[in-house]
Design a protein around this ligand. Sequence first.
Ligand SMILES: Cc1ncc(COP(=O)(O)O)c(C=O)c1O
Length: 400
Amino acid sequence: MLRTNLPARPRIPLPPVLAAASLWRRAPAEPCLPSVLDAGKARLVTSGRIAIALALRELGVQAGDAVLVPAYHSPSMIPPVLHAGASPVFYRLRADTSVDLDDVAAKLTPQVKVLMVTHYFGFLQDLSALRAFCDAHGLLLLEDCAHAFFGAHGGRPVGAWGDAAAASSMKFYPVYEGGALVSARRTLDNVALRAAGAGFEAKAALATLESGFAYGRLPLLRALLAPPLWLKGALRRLRDGRRNAPAPAAAALAPASSDSSFDFDPAWLDKRSSWLSRLLLRRLPAASIVALRRARYLRLQAAVAGLPGVRPLFPSLPDGVCPWMFPLLVDDPERLFDEVRAAGVPVTRFARPLWPGVDDSVCAVSSMLSTRVLAFPCHQELHEDELEWMCATLRAILQA
Ligand SMILES: Cc1ncc(COP(=O)(O)O)c(C=O)c1O
């Protein structure tokens, strides 16, 4: 059985991991796309879902209101809506992942206050049309930029068309935690954040370094930190041994959102992102992040071109896009998913599972995408040989 032979973790990193090269990388000559942080006022928080919750609060969403949410969604997008006391109303998408505005119009009620739209995999929605629709119907627009930290539409940065925007820096930067609430239309004066404490800062810094170490990055620093890290592990083993069970202590120090969980913990609503995450957001050259991601996306696209049973979800890579990942539409997703994972290739299935009750009857396109899209990393922190290996392995599996 393939599932029992899966490697503990992929051979190369799924999210960006910190390396010495991340810090010294030269920015390319071509002009950079703006970031969501250029869109307006910004508050750096610990995750995208916290930013969504703060955006809903800022937009005045209250108990009894309704928020239009795409049927193709991350399960982490819904708890912030419920936290506001509002109900999610799921709307349909078209096959190209654009918002089905006819369906949205059919779902408008006096309770609906906000239209939340997602820029899937970094590919921007038609923001001018969405803005016009919201203005015509008295709706507030929330741009979910979790997959689109960089990008531009109609000469404006991603995030600038909405009344508010929420971003997830963890998906674009080699950081353990991070999200952003942004608004071009509000002052965000009511969003006060405070430091989450020394334990959180230490956890965020150590986790950032350790995910780099796990993939052979920062070897010198790893050697230097080996004795204290060994001591930390030994102490944890001793403590777990005494308790006869692993302790969930780390969860108190840091948000679960950084550990592949969909949980929403309101305790993080008033917490600022860690010092290290904020530093890396300022220091890492955005232009090279954008250029490398675009180039790697195109390499993956070329690697699978013409192969049977697959096609890129998006036919081309428009100028204003900085991709989160490379999404591939697959005829036999279960088989390919098992095979690529068994080979150690990092892969993710966005929007799987969908929120309970969201099925074919709500939106056939969304359930199809949730089943058939496999996404592969195209981030800036992949080494050239890692990218080469991933492309070759994918090709070999698809040609077999
Ligand atoms: C489309 C989308 N929106 C929002 C989120 C929430 O972001 P975070 O994980 O930073 O809380 C995610 C997370 O995967 C997402 O994919």
